[in-house]
Design a protein around this ligand. Structure first.
Ligand code: PMV
Length: 336
């Protein structure tokens, strides 16, 4: 057990999307999802645990300029609930001090809950002296409420749940980061907080008339086709599936009751530009999370050229060139 521990954990981008839960309380997904772990977009979290001290936990957010602010409201509540879960697991009483920082600009509209809750889970495990396997940490990270955090426990290409037909299974790697060097060029078109959380999106998803059809398509071979395309490093096979998945997620969101509209005009501008790049021979396909920003997946050697093409489009505020990366690791320096 360490008095203070710092962990960095990666964000991930889903190729097959998790959209809909069969048990919202336990965060059990309706369908398996497959993602690529990112290399540069990471959350670093420092935790200090003092046993037998029952003062309230402190949660500090450090921004890209190094300025520290005490978190309040729903973010703090979610963090403290997760720390409670970890204390309960360890059977220990005590107080946490936490500081957290994202490597990507805060408010860039990039999902930070996966990297954030993965880092928090691993750090709390160490701080409480728990000896947990990556699989156990993956299940605990899922229970934070961010299902995609379960995948951020592993590097490379990851499937969650790792055993089909068992929604309680942890995530697990299906290929290492060195297996396939892909880039994720992220076009940031909106930097604000999304209006409807993904937790609420999962809840509304079954109200869409397209929801069951999507489950049939997934079960009918799409998931298997994505696994095969990753195994064969076949971007021409993977790319169209990525786009289908992303568009379907948004069709379901837009046709949920009440509807959720994540797209901005610049989202369509980027999607059209990616199709244009392909017409000129580029191997680039787009995907999106529950938000307006577009992730363009391409071979690593094409990342800079795709970024240059996307960065000059109207409405694109920022471009982040990321790529496949490794899972969580301990860091020697602390934020507290
Ligand atoms: O982990 P959550 O509850 O933030 O949901 C993630 C939802 C998507 O990002 C849209 C899809 C996914 O599988 O990451």
């Amino acid at each position: 057990m360490r008095a203070m521990v710092t962990v960095t954990a990666p964000a991930n981008i889903a190729f097959i999307k998790y959209w809909g839960t069969r048990d919202p309380r336990r965060v059990l997904p309706v369908n398996p999802s497959i993602s690529m772990t990112l290399g540069r977009c990471r959350t670093t979290t420092t935790l200090a645990f003092t046993p037998d001290e029952t003062a309230p936990d402190t949660v500090t957010v450090v921004d890209e300029r190094g300025r520290a602010t005490e978190a309040t409201g729903s973010f703090r509540e979610r963090v403290v609930r997760h720390l409670d879960r970890m204390r309960e697991r360890a059977g220990r009483v005590g107080r946490f001090r936490m500081a957290t920082r994202n490597s990507f600009p805060t408010g860039a509209g990039i999902a930070s809950s996966a990297s954030g809750f993965a880092a928090l889970t691993v750090a709390a495990g160490h701080a409480l002296g728990l000896d947990l396997s990556p699989a156990e940490l993956s299940c605990l990270a899922r229970e934070s409420g961010s299902g995609s955090a379960a995948r951020s426990l592993f590097g490379g290409y990851v499937e969650w749940p790792s055993r089909s037909g068992d929604p309680e299974a942890p995530a697990g790697p299906i290929a290492s980061a060195s297996h396939w060097d892909l880039s994720d060029v992220i076009a940031v078109v909106d930097q604000g907080e999304k209006e409807v959380s993904s937790v609420e999106g999962h809840r509304r998803a079954p109200s869409s008339p397209h929801y069951e059809q999507r489950q049939r398509l997934l079960a009918g071979g799409r998931i298997e086709a994505v696994r095969r395309a990753i195994a064969a490093r076949d971007l021409a096979a993977l790319g169209p599936l990525l786009e289908e998945e992303a568009i379907e997620l948004h069709i379901i969101a837009m046709s949920s009751s009440p509807p959720i509209h994540y797209w901005k005009p610049a989202t369509l501008t980027v999607l059209e530009a990616v199709r244009g790049l392909r017409r000129h021979g580029a191997r680039a396909w787009a995907t999106m999370d529950a938000g307006p920003n577009v992730h363009v997946i391409c071979p690593a050697q094409d990342g800079a050229a795709v970024a240059a093409a996307i960065g000059s489009l109207p409405g694109v505020r920022q471009v982040i060139v990321d790529g496949v990366g490794e899972g969580p690791r301990l860091e020697p320096g602390h934020l507290l």
